[in-house]
Design a protein around this ligand. Structure first.
Ligand SMILES: C[S@@+](CC[C@H](N)C(=O)[O-])C[C@H]1O[C@@H](n2cnc3c(N)ncnc32)[C@H](O)[C@@H]1O
Length: 247
């Protein structure tokens, strides 16, 4: 059963994933703390130096944390997601500064938390909008930094998105792709799961088949994240994060 990205429960799970304090996102002393703050870590560790007037595009931004992180270092951030519910939440945080949400503890037992605009972010630099990664609007223009974080294995035909990314990255610009490559029939018919044309290798070598004509691979890292489903159940995931430079 695929996740319904419009469902309030999933929206709230993502709000905790993106904005939750460490003691809420992981309320145990023995868990994988290295997996906290994924959107902030990706921007801090994988986005290379760029000009201060950089334009950034965040494709599949969910409830927006990576867009806020980008706003500290880029002059303009366009952040799109297919889910109207996620974009509405991100825009509420941007325009009103806070948003209350619910974290699941056990069964019907929940607690109310508040998401805040992250410290030192620039909400005025961000535009959140509903958009489709497989039908990106050419009118968006080109960007110096493009993020595509944990989206490709949620698309019906990821190659359609990958094959057009060069149109949106300015020459010399950077593209950060993160993916756990969790291929599921519910999202992506198996015929469209990314496969290498050379041999059955996965990961960055396969991405290279789609991006290599226009991009040079600069860096590859394993970067964990943690999503709390309820107090005693978590998704620990280790996507591969790659940075590509537009030639
Ligand atoms: C696994 S979440 C990752 C969210 C965020 N980038 C992160 O890393 O935390 C996948 C996101 O992709 C979005 N998504 C799914 N299909 C999409 C599409 N066709 N275009 C844009 N976003 C899409 C979902 O709504 C969801 O926010």
């Amino acid at each position: 059963m695929p996740q319904d990205y419009e469902a309030p429960a999933l929206r709230d799970q993502y709000l905790l994933f993106h904005y939750g304090e460490a003691d809420m996102a992981l309320p145990f002393a023995f868990g994988p703390e290295a997996a906290l703050d994924f959107p902030e870590r990706v921007v801090a560790e994988m986005v290379a130096d760029h000009a201060p007037d950089a334009r950034a595009l965040d494709i599949g931004c969910a409830v927006g944390r990576s867009a806020f992180a980008l706003s500290r270092r880029c002059a303009e951030v366009v952040a799109i997601d297919y889910s109207a519910s996620f974009i509405e939440a991100a825009e509420r945080i941007r325009s009103e500064g806070t948003l209350a949400y619910t974290a699941a503890d056990e069964g019907a037992i929940t607690r109310t938390l508040t998401a805040h605009v992250p410290a030192h972010a620039h909400p005025d630099r961000i535009r959140f909008a509903v958009g489709d990664a497989m039908a990106l609007d050419a009118g968006l223009g080109t960007f110096d930094v493009v993020l595509l974080l944990n989206v490709i294995c949620r698309l019906p035909e990821p190659a359609v998105c990958l094959n057009r990314l060069h149109e949106f990255v300015a020459p010399g610009g950077q593209l950060i792709v993160s993916s756990p490559y969790t291929w599921l029939e519910e999202y992506t018919p198996p015929v469209h799961w990314l496969r290498s044309t050379r041999e059955s290798r996965g990961g960055a070598p396969t991405l290279h088949d789609f991006l290599g004509a226009h991009f040079t691979l600069e860096e590859t890292r394993d970067m964990p994240f943690l999503i709390r489903e309820h107090r005693r159940k978590y998704q620990w995931c280790v996507p591969e994060v790659t940075r590509w430079r537009r030639r």
